[in-house]
Design a protein. Sequence first.
Length: 290
Amino acid sequence: MLDPVSRVRRFNRAVTSAVGALDTSFLGRGRPLGAARVLNAIGHGRADVGEIRDYLGLDSGLMSRLLRSLEDEGLIETTAHGDDARRRIAKLTPAGKREFNAYEAISNRQAKDFLSHHTQREALLAAMDLIASALGRDGTALHEMDPRSEPARYCLGEYYAELARRFKQGFDVKLSRDPNAKDMVPPRGSFIVAMSDGLPIGCVGLKGSSGDYAEIKRLWVAPAARGLGLGRRLMDAAEHAARELGIAVLRLDTNSALAEAGQLYRRTGWTEIPRFNDDPYPDLFFEKHL
């Protein structure tokens, strides 16, 4: 058996070499990787210097040096925050926008070229997703979204597809008690999406009703992000949203084919109850008093 530590270190060496982390001119644009990553973060909409520093995991001294180098090149401008003079805001100059676009074009071509030379493209992408989710665990953020938004619809589509694979009888969303979007937005409910560096990797819905309870619906975590505690975080967020809306009782249903879901509910204080709906797919029903 190969030594696990040696395998991890081989991976680390391969990645640092492949992405050009050792080059003084990352992607041939004349500056090292650190400065390019700061430029990339600003170009993708991150403006608060403190947030950029936390996002990239940089200490204050290095962050200051990288910002100064980009300012000296005329690629960014930093100003005081309008509400708090202690905070700094960074934005791209016209030259910075051109440089950001150049990096984007080169990076996209590089990624496409890398994928084109591998015969197991989907397996490679799945492995990358797994590693990115593990490395980015602490940076995964939960956002309340409209359930009709693009990230939410992506998560729901993946959720329905997984049920179709795992249920013996398949899954047809038209036969299920499909969530009504108007009942999964405040003040009746909520829809929460887990985002990992801009990509959706999980979701959960809180569906209000006219009765004495609300329902937790559509809990899903991407396969690559499982085992990292994200399912519990999503459930905790849904329960918090319910409390904020004054909801005292929650119910949910699931299918015994989703064993990990049932285990999560039992571990987190949910009590099994008799069937409370006529949905043809679930065979397990739970309730929780907040």
